[in-house]
Design a protein around this ligand. Structure first.
Ligand code: ADP
Ligand code: ZN
Length: 737
């Protein structure tokens, strides 16, 4: 798709009847011409325009091209009552589209995710629990009332409520008639209370103070810059970057703190409140539509000073953004893996560069990308070397599973068991870490050897005993746990093979019947809210032994925790992914970092069958610099990211022949790639070869760091016509290679 360029200096305002070029969220590859409405409109104005018989949302992107018959050009219907999109935001969307090779309409959709933006009707009324019971209860009605009860006190829009309850809007309307649900006028969006940058600052350690000074000085330059803030978990990074936020607020500019979705807890919001006296604006999937709408508008008016959010908060319409913090910058969940494929960390840097803002990338275990950027002099490195206060990094050691006596179907070694007992005696918490959801990863028929797989994906069905179902972790499909083998029909011969967290829960319960045990896994909760509430309860002491997936590795404080036991430290080292070592290193360090945060020293025990493996040794030695140097050397030798550039092309179709045929043709007609010295590998089955019934094939393109990869890719893929059912996704900087 061609770049939607506009003339160099478009006028700021268009008078009634002037031709304007409007970018819409509809999949069209050009701007559409309209006449400016009565009263005119600004460049960047959000508008409603007619398109065929429909009305669609758009943004005034520049002057019209004037290449249509002028008499047939229609007028903008109305200008929406929100602040126009700023130049920087339009530049950001353009550049992000160029980088990720995403069509502009899809990019604009990311920037207009405000509920009710194009639809004023939808926001007029809100709904909450009424005072009466309905005369007749149906399961649909039950669902609606259930949602309202679960979210006690909150109100929703009609569409939002119907969607959450998974019923039609008429069900809600029916309940309104009966007085069981109250319908009210929506209040005007209330502005966020002002944050006070001087409210609750802590007295900083010397290390922290130096870090905060450096960040404040960088902010006062009023120009772009990126700082990598490195420090072990508990070293006080959050306190330091909150000082940078404070300075940004003093300067009258807006700040954004990005967290991995999983870490967006009430705990963090409370911390912000303790620091600034008031809660910040929140933007993530756990926020109601009404709140999201308020956030989008207030950010656009400049009335939200601080946003705490997930990756999509990057696309809010900031008026004068001064600082973006990306906490846990190495986290792979910053990569959006469907729709527009982007890495929020990289987009944060791009956005800041355009806005003249500062970026702080915080992590205990930075990505190799960020290390390389520090090395290349692009980022400034700031390090907190000690843990805050008296706490120290946990002592790390391996448990060599080759010499431990563990009966079949059990996973806890005697050594780990003894360590847990010792904690129970001292009333301290232990965390047993296993990065596998469900009860058991494999369900095997002991009669015929069949393993139950998903019908639509190239994946095993995982037993979830809590839900009494088998679940595919690729597509989410579930089915009841069968009693006979679906392949040979044998009865009662299906057995669970391998451990998942639920099964670990059973084993630990057997070993420590007196202990209070909590299993933390995302499937065990009805909502994100319920999960967060439970985690907070556990953190304050409601359990003696916590069993969890990577959910617990991220972002939560467990002050009473002094032991971390990793059931299978080798898990992430399997497979051929070049990032496996980096990921395992990061995850293990992070999990271990959960122990001994307060003044009690912690210990981390890693069960492994390969204690001599280089990655395991590096984790135990805590020798990060040499781990990263070795990793960097390997990537350099293979010229893969961050020392080379890569792109993945994923072709998918229900027709396996078609994807391989097109893949082979693409590999053959690679002249545009060869022109820039790039190579193409494949087609090969994608890392997940079949998802939701679609066969997936991947081509990998590898180029030099400085090669104009996107241009060549656009030229290359532009040569091919895609069969109707075939989809192509381009993934710049893929997560696995
Ligand atoms: P990190 O972000 O590096 O994991 P935090 O900023 O969360 O570290 O700090 C770890 C703990 O130490 C938190 O409970 C925090 O409140 C506390 N802490 C950090 N710095 C200070 C300080 N200067 N004064 C008092 N407590 C602090
Ligand atoms: Zn599936």
């Amino acid at each position: 798709m061609p770049h939607l360029s506009v003339c160099a200096v478009p006028p700021d305002f268009y008078h009634e009847g002037d031709l304007v070029g409007v970018l819409t969220t509809q999949p069209l590859d050009r701007l559409l011409d309209y006449k400016a409405p009565e009263g005119g409109c600004h460049l960047g104005a959000f508008v409603e325009v007619p398109l065929g018989p429909r009305k669609v949302l758009g943004v005034v992107w520049g002057p019209g091209q004037g290449d249509y018959d002028r008499t047939k050009i229609r007028s903008v219907i109305r200008v929406l009552d929100v602040a126009p999109m700023r130049d920087e935001m339009r530049a950001f969307l353009n550049r992000a589209a160029d980088y990720t090779l995403t069509p502009m309409p899809a990019m604009l959709r990311l920037g207009t995710r405000a509920p009710g933006l194009g639809d004023p009707q939808s926001m007029r009324k809100i709904y909450r629990l009424g005072s009466k019971d309905p005369d007749r209860m149906t399961s649909a009605r039950e669902k609606v009332l259930g949602v309202l009860r679960d979210y006690g006190g909150l109100s929703f829009t009609l569409r939002e409520l119907a969607e959450m309850a998974d019923v039609g809007t008429s069900v809600v309307k029916g309940l309104v008639k009966q007085g069981a649900v109250a319908e009210e006028e929506a209040p005007r969006d209330t502005p966020y209370p002002r944050l006070d940058p001087d409210y609750g600052g802590k007295e900083l350690s010397a290390d922290q103070a130096a870090g905060a000074d450096a960040l404040r000085a960088a902010l006062r330059k009023d120009a772009y810059g990126t700082t990598l803030l490195k420090g072990v978990t508990g070293s006080g990074k959050t306190e330091v970057y909150l000082e940078a936020v404070a300075e940004c607020l003093r300067m009258g500019r807006q700040a954004l703190v990005l967290l991995p979705e999983i870490a967006l807890s009430g705990e963090f919001i409370n911390r912000v409140e303790a620091r600034f006296g008031m809660k910040p604006a929140e933007w993530h999937s756990g926020v109601t539509m009404t709140e999201r709408r308020r956030c989008w508008r207030m950010v656009g008016q400049g009335d939200a000073q601080l946003v705490v959010g997930a990756r999509s908060a990057l696309f809010l319409p900031y008026q004068h953004l001064g600082l973006i913090v990306v906490d846990e910058e190495h986290d792979s969940s910053y990569k959006q893996e469907d729709g527009v494929l982007y890495n929020a960390r990289d987009m944060a840097v791009l956005r800041a560069a355009i806005n003249g803002a500062q970026v702080v990338l915080a992590s205990a275990t930075p990505s190799l990308e960020s290390w390389a950027n520090v090395e290349a002099g692009k980022y400034t490195r700031l390090e907190l070397t000690s843990r805050f206060g008296a706490s120290v990094l946990p002592k790390m050691s391996a448990i060599d599973m080759r010499v431990e006596d563990v009966p079949g179907g059990r996973w806890v070694s005697p050594t780990l068991r003894a360590a847990i007992s010792a904690r129970l005696e001292k009333a301290e918490q232990s965390l047993i870490f296993l990065n596998r959801r469900g009860y058991a990863p494999i369900t095997l028929c002991r009669a015929c050897g069949h393993q139950i797989g998903c019908d639509d994906c190239d994946a095993r069905m995982v037993e979830h005993r809590f839900l009494k179902r088998l679940m595919c972790h690729q597509c989410g499909e579930t089915k009841p746990m069968p009693t006979v083998c679906p392949s040979c029909g044998a009865e009662d011969r299906l057995s669970a093979v391998g451990p998942g967290v639920e099964r670990m829960g059973e084993e630990i319960e057997g070993l420590f019947p007196e202990a209070r045990i909590a299993v933390l896994s995302s499937d065990l909760y009805g909502s994100a809210r319920a999960m967060k509430a439970h985690i907070e309860e556990i953190a304050s002491g409601a359990a003696d032994i916590i069993i969890g997936t990577q959910l617990v590795a991220k972002g939560h404080n467990f002050p009473l925790l002094t032991l971390v036991g990793v059931i299978d430290a080798d898990l992430g080292l399997q497979g051929s992914d070049l990032r496996a070592a980096e990921r395992t290193f990061q995850l293990m360090r992070q999990v271990a970092g959960r122990a001994g945060r307060a003044d009690k020293p912690g210990e981390a025990l890693l069960q492994t069958y390969q204690p001599e493996h280089a990655v395991i040794r590096a984790i135990l030695a805590g020798d990060e610099e040499s781990f990263w140097k070795a990793e960097a050397a390997e990537r350099k030798a293979a010229s893969v990211p961050p020392y080379g550039r890569m792109a993945g092309i994923i072709l998918s179709s229900p027709n396996v022949q078609e994807v391989f045929d097109l893949g082979a043709e693409m590999a053959r007609l690679d002249a545009p790639l060869r022109q820039i010295g790039a190579q193409v590998f494949g087609p090969a089955p994608a890392p997940i070869a079949r998802v939701r019934g679609r066969h997936r094939v991947r081509l990998l393109v590898k180029a030099d760091k400085t090669a104009p990869l996107q241009q060549a890719l656009a030229k290359w893929v532009g040569q091919f016509r895609l069969p109707t059912n075939l989809r192509m996704a381009i993934d710049i900087d893929p997560q696995s290679f």
